[in-house]
Write a protein that binds this ligand. Structure first.
Ligand SMILES: Nc1ncnc2c1ncn2[C@@H]1O[C@H](COP(=O)(O)OP(=O)(O)OP(=O)(O)O)[C@@H](O)[C@H]1O
Ligand SMILES: [Zn+2]
Length: 815
């Protein structure tokens, strides 16, 4: 017997191994096996078993079979295969992305002793397992190759698998351990009062200690509105003191528990906070279900704050009642925190969450629960698509227009929305795409009747869409004694003052982080650049450094111009850090926070900041894209977009689409409850057509306008693009490789190829970049032919010594 095996590496194709007699009974598609390749050991997944001996070579034998039953299902293997073919990568690369670290050991893996293990768990280890456990307890960590020497055997994987399962050790992961988990104290009811009768009796029989009683009632109220209760929030809300809380804990009425903020509490499955859909929501829900009768994919186009999430919840509930699994995808991890709290109120313990910031153990736990069908509803980012669902009924892709669904680095460079459509089809499951600002690709699919379309045109509670007011930056007066303008226009300052008087909250949006993006010599105009990248440096005032946003390198602030020796520098433009500073100077007595890449680095910083904002502990939030996406804040009545020109000035065919989506989404955070909100857009190009669509909140008109541009200039969604990037430390080598590939393709077919050309940023981390862009008609035969040619040319280049070290990155459907 022979086996085609996927190993988590970049290899031109899958290799074949032979299956020794002793293993033939255990071999199945989807199990893990241990194999050796070029003197290293890997965990591979069996893709195919066959009896015909391969021609021309003698395959090496498999070393061991790790699993008793398949780790991945056939549906997943076919997803891997589809992604590899569609996005021009290998199944090994997909496997690398898909499996948690614990599942893909190699000679390089390092095992770490688990300090918290108790003696009992060591009891049921066999001799070999015990030897390794003992060595680990002394040395604290072992390389896999060391384990091999220890056991004097080649079959070490089954031993390690057992040790990991018994939590004797775990696999070291470089990135994940960096941040310390933030902990908060959560308060829960003592289990003895978890039934209504006992609780009622407690309250009826209460004597004395009226403040403690009030505290308990405040707790019960918070629990019913929030689902979970944090100690600090409880004390603040009830006005009680810590000793009063301690007293209730000592009486075994309440329980305090320190828990990582991101960790899901073990909720009872029966906590349910019900709600009713509005008439419009109900109609939309029925329309979606009707659409699913005919089509596999449906778009829910609902304006911001129309309550799309509530419709998702009802649809998820239906899947749960049918006993099916459902996946709810969000474009970014950051978003999952707020949504999970909303979902938990309805699904309690039936829901789990999964994304790349979880450590390997947490990921394995969820992997297993999805595989067994124990977890029915999963909320996750892009990577959740790789989980081994058993019986999937529905995938929801929320904010489907969001570019973060496309993975950029490393391969597989897949689009999770498009891959979801393929994956769902394997199960006969349905896909619901949701957005207030759908991508042109998706909307065209609706127009062509490929996808169903359901609209929700009113905000929940019939709240009006916010008013959009443009402020012409050209009319904003310059600051005294300078030719620069105040970054907050008088109109915006007034509006902020009004919001503060009304005890409302404000979001100020700027799509640039740092203090100022240009540090420029006032005498000769020289601008400092990164030494490793062709990029100007951004000034960060907080750390007093110039920083390259491409490679992350920091430089001391330059005092003397390298070109002319002048000491006179000025700062041009502004980022979030400078806005924060200006806001502090401009408004007194307000709480301000900043949300951007620099301010929320830790695993739970983002969630913590959002909660502080929700609890009104922050009045004005300054931020980048991060503050925009799908967040739901009750008290925000004003949003300021400080520099719309920066959004409208990109040189990319998607600039209008991105700008519309961004501005409409940012605006959508204003006035979600109660009175109509206000959005102030500061811009100097006041007559840019996109602004008018945003002002009217008119997606359909925008679509008509933009789709004509795309048709005219033959851009997606009317054509398909494949980009190939070449990277090398020597410029001419990268260029040569690009030319060889282009010529190779041209010889075999007529294709429209743009380039090779240097991209706008032509050097990053001392690697020179060249880029080609192939424009293809929407014709699968031609597209596939072109992909085959690209793959062939890449192999030709890689077998040529001169170009072997050129990094070649194909990107299908780049966004
Ligand atoms: N049927 C309902 N019952 C109670 N509250 C609702 C209902 N529908 C919506 N809401 C509330 O209205 C607010 C807006 O809803 P939601 O966040 O789901 O809108 P959305 O369409 O997802 O918006 P966006 O596209 O901006 O993310 C939420 O706070 C939500 O709890
Ligand atoms: Zn750099």
């Amino acid at each position: 017997m022979f086996a085609e095996i996927i190993i988590p590496l970049y290899l031109p194709r899958n290799y074949t191994w032979s299956v020794p007699e002793e293993f033939t009974d255990e071999m199945q598609v989807g199990v893990r096996v241990e194999v050796a390749l070029r003197n290293k050991k890997y965990t591979g997944i069996v893709k195919r078993l066959f009896h015909e001996p391969p021609e021309g070579f003698q395959p090496k034998p498999i070393l061991s079979v790790i699993d008793k039953e398949p780790l991945v299902y056939g549906h997943q293997l076919s997803l891997w295969n589809w992604i590899a073919q569609y996005y021009l990568c290998t199944e090994g690369e997909v496997m690398q992305a898909a499996l948690p670290a614990n599942f893909k050991l190699s000679s390089e893996s390092v095992l770490i002793w688990n300090d918290e293990i108790n003696e009992e768990e060591l009891q049921d280890l066999d001799d070999e397992e015990f030897i390794v456990a003992e060595a680990l307890s002394i040395k604290k960590e072992l390389r896999l190759s060391e384990v091999q020497q220890l056991l004097d055997s080649v079959h070490v994987y089954p031993v390690i698998k057992k040790l990991i399962e018994n939590k004797v050790c775990f696999i070291w992961e470089e990135l994940k351990q960096k941040y310390k988990e933030k902990k908060e104290t959560y308060i829960t009811l003592h289990p003895q009062y978890n039934n209504d009768e006992a609780l009622e009796q407690l309250l009826n029989d209460w004597q004395g200690a009226p403040r403690q009683m009030e505290l308990l009632l405040a707790y019960l109220h918070l629990r019913s509105t929030e689902g979970e209760v944090i100690q600090s929030a409880l004390l603040k809300k009830s006005g009680a003191t810590t000793p009063q809380l301690k007293a209730l804990i000592n009486k075994k009425i309440l329980v305090a528990e320190k828990r990582a903020v991101g960790r899901l509490p073990d909720l009872h499955a029966d906590i349910r906070l019900g709600f009713e859909l509005s008439v419009a929501q109900q109609a939309a829900m029925e329309a979606i279900k009707n659409s699913f009768e005919e089509k596999n994919v449906c778009l829910l186009h609902g304006v911001t704050s129309s309550g799309k999430t509530q419709i998702y919840i009802k649809l998820l509930e239906e899947q749960l009642n049918l006993g099916k699994q459902a996946l709810y995808m969000l474009p970014e991890i950051a978003l999952t925190a707020q949504i999970i709290r909303r979902l938990q109120k309805h699904f309690g313990g039936n829901i789990a969450i999964y994304h790349s910031k979880f450590n390997a153990n947490e990921r394995v736990e969820i992997w297993n629960k999805i595989k067994s069908g124990e977890v029915k509803i999963l909320l996750g980012a892009r990577s959740a698509l790789f989980l081994p669902f058993k019986d999937l009924g529905l995938i929801i892709v929320d904010e489907e227009h969001d570019a973060s669904y496309k993975q950029q680095e490393p391969a597989p460079r897949y689009h999770a929305r498009d891959a979801a459509v393929y994956y769902a089809a394997q199960f006969g499951a349905r896909v619901l795409l949701g957005s207030a600002t759908p991508s042109l690709e998706t909307y065209l699919n609706c127009q062509n009747n490929k996808y169903g379309l359901v609209e929700l045109n009113e905000r929940y509670g019939k709240v009006e869409m916010p008013e959009i007011q443009l402020v012409d930056l050209k009319t904003v007066p310059a600051l005294p004694g300078s030719n620069e303008r105040h970054i907050l226009s008088p109109q915006l300052i007034q509006a902020v003052d009004r919001s503060m008087e009304d005890h409302k909250q404000v979001i100020l949006f700027q799509n640039r982080r740092g203090y100022s993006p240009y540090f420029i010599c006032n005498t000769c105009g020289w601008i400092p650049h990164c030494t490793d990248c062709d990029v100007t440096l951004t000034y960060h005032k907080g750390k007093n450094k110039l920083t390259c946003h491409y490679c992350g390198k920091d430089y001391p602030v330059i005092q003397t111009c390298v070109a002319c020796g002048s000491h006179d520098f000025k700062q041009k433009n502004f980022g979030t850090e400078k806005i924060e500073e200006t806001v502090v100077e401009t408004f007194s007595n307000v709480q301000i926070a900043r949300m951007d890449y620099d301010s929320v680095k830790g695993k739970h910083d983002h969630d913590a900041l959002i909660r502080r904002f929700e609890q009104k502990r922050i009045d004005i939030l300054v931020g980048t894209q991060m503050v925009v996406k799908g967040l739901d804040f009750e008290h925000v009545n004003l949003v300021g977009i400080l520099d719309a020109d920066g959004i409208l000035n990109f040189t990319d065919f998607r600039v209008n689409e991105r700008a519309f989506q961004l501005m409409e989404q940012v605006s959508g955070r204003a006035g979600r409850r109660g009175d109509k909100g206000l959005v102030i857009i500061q811009v100097s190009k006041t007559n840019h057509p996109v602004l008018d669509f945003v002002r009217r909140h008119d997606y359909k008109d925008f679509y008509k306008f933009e789709i004509e541009n795309r048709r005219l200039y033959e851009y997606p969604p009317f054509t398909r693009l494949i980009q190939v990037v070449f990277k090398h430390k020597e410029k001419h080598i990268a260029e040569e490789a690009a030319n060889i590939l282009v010529n190779g393709i041209r010889q075999q077919g007529k294709f429209r190829i743009i380039g090779p050309a240097e991209p706008v940023i032509a050097r990053i981390r001392n690697q020179y970049l060249y880029e080609i862009l192939i424009k293809l008609p929407k014709d699968n035969r031609q597209i596939n032919y072109c992909k085959t040619l690209i793959a062939q040319q890449i192999i030709i280049l890689q077998t040529n010594k001169r170009y072997r070290s050129v990094v070649i990155l194909p990107n299908v459907d780049p966004v």
